[in-house]
Design a binder for this molecule. Structure first.
Ligand code: ZN
Length: 159
């Protein structure tokens, strides 16, 4: 188990564009494992590599029904819209509403380098969009509709 340090808003690394993974190797797999450890340790539902200081297009997500690892993910399609409260492990203590698609279709590589396509609806769509934004240096507060930090108890996890 290797929990990495989570960088927080104000650190430049969160504002840079992450580069695609050119070759999946032992270090990529170690990164995926450390990111999952870090996400679970922080009770998050998602984590993107820039949040641990690595400018690579790597994301892990677990909304409660299993770990999903995504390398070089891209959104192929999106539809509908939803407004939900989000948090972020890189912006501790804040919660804001954001509009996201209701459903997204994402293509990525798995750790064996095989391309796969997945659909995410509801919370999964939120998590995927939130994490993919991190790969382009975008934080959810850039898109926030309303800051609801003080309105609700902070029992919900960050991403
Ligand atoms: Zn985040």
């Amino acid at each position: 188990m290797a929990v990495r340090t989570i960088f927080t808003m104000g650190d430049d690394v969160l504002r840079k564009t992450a580069r695609p993974v050119a070759a999946i190797n032992r270090r990529t797999k170690q990164l995926l494992e450390d990111m999952a450890d870090t996400m679970y340790e922080a009770n998050g539902v998602g984590l993107a590599a820039p949040q641990v200081g690595i400018l690579r297009r790597v994301v892990v997500v677990d909304i409660g029904d299993g770990l999903v690892e995504l390398i070089n993910p891209e959104i192929l399609e999106q539809s509908g819209s939803q407004i939900e409260v989000e948090g972020c492990l890189s912006i501790p203590g804040r919660r804001c509403t954001v509009e996201r698609p209701q459903k997204v279709t994402v293509r990525a590589l798995d750790r064996q380098g095989r391309s796969f396509v997945m659909e995410g609806e509801g919370l999964m769509a939120v998590a995927l969009c939130h994490e993919l934004d991190h790969l382009d240096g975008i934080l959810y507060v850039d898109k926030m509709i309303e800051d609801v930090t003080d309105e609700q108890p902070q029992e919900k996890e960050g991403e």
